[in-house]
Structures are given as C-alpha cells and as structure tokens.
Design a protein around this ligand. Structure first.
Ligand code: AMP
Length: 212
C-alpha cells in the first residue's frame, strides 16, 4: 500500500505519520527528514537544500524527485510506504505516479489534513524535535514529560530554524498544498479529507479509518 499525507506545514503530517507508521508498520518516508539529515551531515545535497529551507522555500523539484526516487528504489520500500511532505506539487506527484506505475503500483490513498491558518501559526511556533531519534513534540498539544528531553530516547529537543516566526508566515504561503495537487488525487479517486483541528488521537483514528 502506498499513501501520501498532504497538508500545510503544521497540520500534523509528521506527528501523524510517526503514529501511523507505528500502528501499521508502513515505511515512513519524509523528504523533510531526509533533507534535515543531509544538512546535519553537511553533505553536498544538504548544503544545497539548506539555502532553500532557511528561506522557507521548496527545494527544486529535480533535486527532490531524484532523492525520493532513489529512496523508493531500495528493497524496504518494495511493498509500500507512506510519504510525508512529498509530493508538494503536481510535477512531483506525476513523477511518483510514474515510478510506482513502472512497478505495477499506485497511490492508494491521499490523506489531506485540513487546519485553518490561524492555528497553523500557533502550532509551528511550539514545535520541538529530538536530536537523537527525530520524535516530534508540541509545547501545548503534545509536550514531553520533562521539558527539553525526549521521552523515547532522552535526547535533547530543539526547534527547527524554519519554525522561527519570521519564516513561518512565508513558509505557510509558499507551502500550502496547491489546488491542482489536491485535484490530482481527487480526480484519481484516492483523496480523503480529514479535519485536523481535533485531538491527536481523534485525527490518528480518522486517518487509520481512511486507510482502511
Ligand atoms: P517539512 O519537514 O516537510 O516541512 O520540510 C522541510 C523543508 O524541506 C521544506 O520547507 C522544504 O524546504 C524542504 N522540502 C521537504 N519536502 C520537500 C518537497 N517534497 N519538495 C521540495 N522541498 C521539500
């Protein structure tokens, strides 16, 4: 089964993807996490991606698509995956469709998490990530047991550079799922819309139900 998670930054894609991966054992592929890993390791790809990420811009399609296609060609992605943060536009969606079609697969579900803008700004400001294992927290909605320390691995929690208030507003404008991307999956019959303005558990339950 192949699933894409769609939604604006702060809709809860990453958190929900981690929960769904645990519940279903589906492989979680996050292009944002892959870019952050490359930035951390100071690879050539990381240095390039960083110039876009720091401004709240998308990394160019050819770079992102190449990275994603390489990732899904690995054996662990043979039977299925859940994509979080990819595709961000129709060009990326078509590249993914083609790669899956070449192996007789397709996107079975596109899950769109809807959250109003006012709430997104508040959410992005309170987000914390574990340096050790990447687990996500939110100061208000999903805090760690001890401030600044990961419940899962005791790693140090940090805030993403692109969650700084001056970047958040422009990132929201530039990175909402475009209407033609949503239409791409609606016309394929795979789109399901989920109300993201509820508790984490309620949203997870709806997503799992939509996956079936
Ligand atoms: P995310 O963790 O999904 O919010 O991604 C963090 C940053 O990585 C984004 O702000 C983009 O700069 C970049 N990025 C992640 N996924 C993509 C994608 N599919 N296309 C282009 N840029 C991406």
């Amino acid at each position: 089964m192949f699933i894409v998670l769609l939604g604006p930054p702060g809709a809860g894609k990453g958190t929900q993807a981690q929960r769904i991966a645990t519940a279903t054992q589906l492989l979680h592929i996050s292009t944002g996490d892959m870019f952050r890993e490359n930035v951390k390791n100071e690879t050539e790809l990381g240095k390039l991606a960083r110039t876009f990420m720091d401004r709240g811009d998308l990394v160019p399609d050819e770079v992102t698509i190449k990275m994603l296609l390489e990732r899904i060609s690995r054996p662990d992605a043979a039977k299925g995956a859940m994509f979080d943060g990819f595709p961000r536009n129709v060009v990326q969606a078509r590249a993914l469709d083609e790669a899956l079609a070449a192996r007789g697969a397709k996107i079975d579900r596109a899950l769109l998490i809807n959250v109003p803008d006012s709430e997104l700004v508040a959410r992005l400001g309170g987000r914390w990530i574990c340096r050790g294992c990447g687990k996500l927290y939110h100061e208000r909605n999903d805090p760690p047991k001890a401030a600044g320390v990961c419940d899962a691995c005791s790693g140090e929690l940090y805030q993403r550079d692109d969650d700084r208030p001056e970047v958040v507003a422009s990132r929201l404008e530039k990175q909402k799922p475009p209407a033609d991307l949503i239409e791409h999956y609606r016309s394929a019959g795979s789109l399901r819309e989920i109300d993201g303005l509820r508790s984490l558990d309620a949203v997870t339950a709806s997503l799992l139900e939509a996956i079936g």
